[in-house]
Design a protein around this ligand. Structure first.
Ligand SMILES: NC(=O)c1ccc[n+]([C@@H]2O[C@H](COP(=O)([O-])OP(=O)(O)OC[C@H]3O[C@@H](n4cnc5c(N)ncnc54)[C@H](O)[C@@H]3O)[C@@H](O)[C@H]2O)c1
Length: 327
């Protein structure tokens, strides 16, 4: 199957392109390189373009004639979304309008969309099932919810086939060391901890040590990027005309910030200085997925996501990629 991968030069998108190619599909990356990297486009063609640019997108669909779209393209910094909400609505919501209209004009009937556990906000109960109330608490989460609503409406109105995948905390790197996470600025815990281990930052701030969790620090559900990539293949197969479906992607377990730091110290053998900082507004104590619907509906289960493997692959990527970059 030929698949247009919007945002395919980014972290999760590039790993998914590799998985698509390995499964015999043909990815075509469409990316404006806002935060993606041309070096990460190794499987299939690359078309540089913005999802808001209808003319370039239409020309790309006409040239490559994909059967489906996987859309990773968007802005991902929750803090920035609160400071500049319209930027997020333009890039995470407006771009999806352009995408859906252009897909319809070019008879592309299936889409898999990168959603987020941020659509749940501060959930009333954990683990979080897909039936949990969607009540996002920041513009980033709201932009994902709005995009999901548009997909649902387009399925009902035009027979679109759409699957939204609500990722928990994407982490880790390709086992072969070909790809990994490189965000600037970096806001995700594991790369920040590993940057501290590598001496690239003085240490790590832990925001809140008095939560109602076993060690007092927040618990998050870390899911390996290769497991996320595999879920996109399953979601493409699950696309059904006229139907919108949403699945949580997580492990159902979760690790605390202190546990992540302990694993990182053991795996890297480095000292990691920790500073205690006050709680941040809007940080729930525990965000853990109930991913049983993905197990039954997509026949998907995470197999790469134990915390040690996540940190080991991320550390290998950081060590090797940095030494390559400096040569
Ligand atoms: N990383 C996570 O933990 C996580 C968790 C939940 C959801 N998500 C969602 O998954 C998706 C991918 O996340 P990621 O971590 O790989 O991010 P990323 O920043 O590495 O990748 C996003 C890609 O989209 C491209 N892009 C952005 N805006 C674009 C536009 N208007 N037109 C064309 N290309 C554009 C960027 O250049 C980049 O290559 C995002 O939509 C994000 O919201 C990520």
């Amino acid at each position: 199957m030929k698949v247009l991968v919007a945002g395919g030069a980014g972290y999760i998108g590039s790993h998914t392109c590799k998985a698509l190619a390995e499964a015999g599909h043909t990815p075509v990356v469409y990316d404006n390189l806002h935060s993606g990297h041309e070096w990460a486009v190794k499987w299939g063609a690359f078309e540089r373009g913005d999802l808001n640019d209808a003319a370039t997108l239409a020309a790309t669909l006409k040239r490559h004639r994909p059967e489906a779209v996987v859309n990773f393209a968007g802005l991902i910094d929750v803090g920035q979304s609160s400071r500049d909400p319209t930027l997020y609505y333009r890039h995470n919501v407006g771009s999806v309008i352009t995408l859906l209209e252009t897909m319809r004009a070019h008879d592309v009937g299936s889409i898999v969309f990168s959603s987020s556990c941020a659509v749940y906000g501060v959930p009333a109960r954990v683990p979080i099932g897909e039936d949990t109330a969607q009540a996002p608490i920041n513009p980033y989460g709201r932009s994902k919810l709005m995009a999901e609503m548009m997909l649902r409406d387009a399925c009902a109105a035009h027979g679109l086939a759409a699957v939204a995948l609500r990722y928990f905390n994407a982490s880790g790197a390709d086992a072969a060391g070909e790809l990994g996470e490189e965000h600037d600025p970096e806001t995700h815990l594991i790369p920040l901890v590993l940057q501290a281990a590598a001496g690239l930052r003085p240490g790590i701030s832990v925001f809140g040590s008095d939560y109602d969790t076993p060690d007092g620090t927040c618990i998050r559900d870390y899911i390996h990027v290769t497991d996320l990539a595999t879920a996109h293949l399953a979601a493409l197969s699950a696309c059904t005309p006229g139907k919108f479906a949403a699945f949580n992607l997580g492990t159902g377990k979760g690790a605390s910030i202190k546990e992540v730091i302990t694993h990182a110290r053991a795996i890297t053998g480095k000292k990691i200085a920790v500073t205690s900082a006050p709680r941040r507004a809007g940080d729930p104590p525990r965000l853990v997925a109930d991913a049983s619907l993905a197990a039954t509906g997509l026949n998907w289960r995470p197999v790469h996501s134990d915390p040690e493997n996540i940190i080991r692959t991320a550390w290998r990527w950081m060590s090797e990629h940095r030494s390559r970059a400096s040569t």
